[in-house]
Design a protein around this ligand. Structure first.
Ligand SMILES: C[S@@+](CC[C@H](N)C(=O)[O-])C[C@H]1O[C@@H](n2cnc3c(N)ncnc32)[C@H](O)[C@@H]1O
Length: 255
């Protein structure tokens, strides 16, 4: 038996190179949208926290628009990759910190913006993480969340979450829009802006990134093959197992 944190450790500690190279992570309209939101602020942010930074793509995209980016992740392998990639790109204002979102080693009010991308669906306690984000934000600071959305229709959602869990045992939940709204509301964030895009997940690289064992890949394919037409249409299943999810961007403010 292993804990959720141990699952996260096993899944991510050795995967930094795959995440640095992953096209889904290295690109996407959300990176530019996040930058535009940041640049629309009346003043240049001082410190930005990139929470669950992985190989660092969000922090890198935002680094030119802030004084400093603190890229934070529980996986040391990810942080070492961020440091190397930042050096290679000549980014001198990106530093790293090892931490889980649920217990941040930063003083109250330390950041102007807390940002997180494709990480929240792994957090074991999302309410604690949002409380921490609120605590480390200064004044009327901003929270930026980008993540795969759960489906609003339970029939579709159950299939999506099952595929995700088979692919990666550190998956907790893709929250649907309504769930995010409730979570943000409960944590006292004021939602100012929301946007979403379709994101195609190419089957072979999706399972390769996580080194999903062949028996789990086969179970995912069986699940897809047996899924009702409503699910097949909604997730746009393709013959090779690729499918399309929705990515959501939430821009919320400390009251
Ligand atoms: C898909 S990767 C991140 C992708 C990255 N943010 C990007 O934009 O390319 C998910 C990351 O979340 C991290 N993570 C998992 N659980 C976490 C937690 N409780 N707190 C913070 N980060 C966590 C993992 O270690 C992993 O590096």
């Amino acid at each position: 038996m292993i804990s959720h944190d141990e699952h996260v450790h096993r899944q991510f500690e050795p995967r930094a190179a795959a995440y640095l190279e992953s096209q889904v992570h290295a690109s996407g309209p959300d990176l530019n949208a996040a930058l535009v939101l940041l640049q629309s602020l009346p003043g240049r942010p001082g410190r930005i926290l990139d929470l669950g930074c992985g190989a660092g793509h969000l922090g890198f995209a935002l680094s030119g628009a802030a004084d400093q980016v603190i890229a934070c992740d529980p996986a040391e392998g990810m942080l070492a990759t961020v440091e190397r990639a930042a050096r290679d790109r000549g980014m001198t204002n990106v530093v790293t910190a090892r931490a889980r979102a649920e217990a941040l080693p930063f003083a109250d009010g330390h950041f102007d913006v807390v940002a997180t991308r494709y990480s929240a669906h792994h957090w074991g306690d999302i309410s604690a993480a949002l409380r921490e984000a609120m605590r480390v934000l200064a004044g009327r600071g901003y929270l930026l969340v980008v993540d795969v959305l759960g489906a609003s229709l339970p029939l579709v959602d159950t299939h999506l979450q099952a595929m995700e869990l088979l692919r990666d045992p550190s998956h907790v939940r893709n929250y649907a829009i309504q769930e995010w709204q409730a979570l943000l509301d409960h944590a006292h964030f004021e939602l100012e802006h929301f946007k979403r895009w379709p994101t195609r997940l190419e089957a072979a690289s999706w399972v390769m990134r996580m080194r999903t064992p062949p028996e789990s890949v086969a179970a995912i394919r069986r699940l897809q093959g047996g899924a009702p037409t409503e699910v097949q249409r909604s997730l746009a299943f393709e013959p090779d197992g690729s499918f399309t999810v929705q990515t959501g961007l939430f821009w919320a403010r400390r009251p």
